[in-house]
Design a protein around this ligand. Structure first.
Ligand SMILES: [Zn+2]
Length: 383
């Protein structure tokens, strides 16, 4: 079993983020506005709508235009910083967010997103400094405090880890005895880089962080459910002992988590979990055995196949049996998608999600079938 790809606290923080930024929006009055100010307000509003829809490119365009009408207002720079953050345009995100802190030094949100930005770049010290400022400015925010505590703990665990940087990966692990393990992991990840890259015609432009833990450290840092073997939450985290040679299991885990990293690079928006986990299992080379096929056939014939919409959210809260079932359905649906429409169209479903489409719209533009038709086809393929 593998971990879920979605960092719950990022979602939480994200919900929070809109709460705060919407409060910051100026109340519009028809009177006393210059033409430029009303154009600014309109663009900030539409930028905000695009942000909420997850269409970060359009959001960036709107906020960028807004700052041309008013370069000294908070929301334009803040929104632009958030859009750039999601588009992984780190340099511009950093510049805009710092600008937002200069315009409104009492706002907690820019420091919070700056913290996320530095954390993503593995600059723990600067991330913690920014989160401390955010907490100081917004002490009532318990989610933010919890996030700061978690990152402090992670930093404490990992500060003495060895670091190794290759062309595509940044890997960290503790102790000299893991040097060999680190080399083995990197070698497999480079294979995954080529193979998954070839499959999806996609090679992430940014280094991917990989952290090797002991089992105890992994539980401590991630708080993942017991059935989790590894996870990707923006960084690949794997509990690993002092392995001395490659095993098929390790290869599968790394291909699986690396696929999540590629999916995340293709779509900064969260894709439906069944699609994400199905793709990860597909690239790890997981097969559906005869017993599972028979089980799915019986379900399909009895009309008891759950709708995929039930599997769009996180699997994190599931017990191990539910999770096993959810992963099986995910793999089955994605295999059907790839067999029927090919990897190219499957990837275009992800690209549609990246552009802000919901699952139904992404599937119908990717496969030319509605969500319902797609599921009907999947069910028939199992019967
Ligand atoms: Zn997974």
């Amino acid at each position: 079993m593998k971990g879920d790809s979605i960092l719950n606290c990022v979602k939480l923080q994200y919900a929070l983020l809109f709460g705060i930024i919407c409060v910051c929006l100026p109340i519009l009055t028809a009177n006393g506005q210059t033409v430029d100010q009303s154009a600014y307000n309109r663009l900030v509003h539409s930028g905000m709508d695009k942000l909420k829809a997850g269409d970060y490119q359009a959001a960036r365009d709107h906020f960028e235009q807004a700052t041309r009408y008013n370069d000294t207002a908070f929301d334009g720079h803040m929104g632009l910083g958030i859009a750039c953050y999601h588009l992984r345009d780190d340099a511009n995100a950093e510049r805009e967010l710092i600008r937002a802190t200069q315009i409104n030094p009492t706002a907690s949100l820019p420091y919070q997103i700056l913290g996320e930005l530095y954390y993503r770049k593995d600059d723990f010290t600067t991330a913690i400094t920014n989160w401390e400022k955010a907490v100081k400015l917004n002490p009532a925010d318990t989610g933010l405090r919890a996030r700061l505590e978690r990152i402090r703990k992670e930093h404490q665990t990992e500060k003495d880890f060895n670091r190794e940087v290759t062309t595509h990966f940044l890997i960290r692990y503790e102790g000299r005895e893991k040097i060999e393990a680190g080399k083995i992991v990197l070698r497999i990840l480079e294979d995954a880089y080529s193979e998954v890259g070839r499959g999806l015609s996609y090679y992430p432009s940014q280094d991917i962080s990989v952290i090797l833990y002991s089992d105890a450290q992994f539980q401590d840092v991630t708080d993942a459910p017991g059935w989790t073997g590894a996870l990707y939450d923006g960084k690949i985290r794997i509990p690993i002992g002092g392995i001395e040679q490659e095993t098929p299991g390790l290869r599968r885990v790394l291909y699986h988590e690396y696929t999540h990293a590629v999916v995340h690079a293709i779509t900064p928006r969260i894709p439906p979990t069944w699609l994400n986990e199905g793709l990860a299992q597909y690239f790890e080379g997981k097969e559906i055995n005869a017993r599972q096929k028979e089980f799915l056939r019986q379900l399909a014939q009895a009309g008891k196949l759950p709708p995929l919409s039930n599997l769009e959210g996180s699997f994190m809260g599931m017990d191990s049996n539910q999770a096993m079932f959810a992963y099986l359905l995910s793999l089955s649906a994605v295999r059907y998608m790839i067999d029927s429409y090919g990897l190219y169209r499957t990837k275009s479903v992800l690209e549609e999600i990246a552009r802000g489409a919901d699952t139904g719209r992404a599937i119908s533009s990717g496969t030319m079938r509605s969500y319902e038709e797609f599921q009907r086809g999947w069910k028939q393929s199992l019967e």
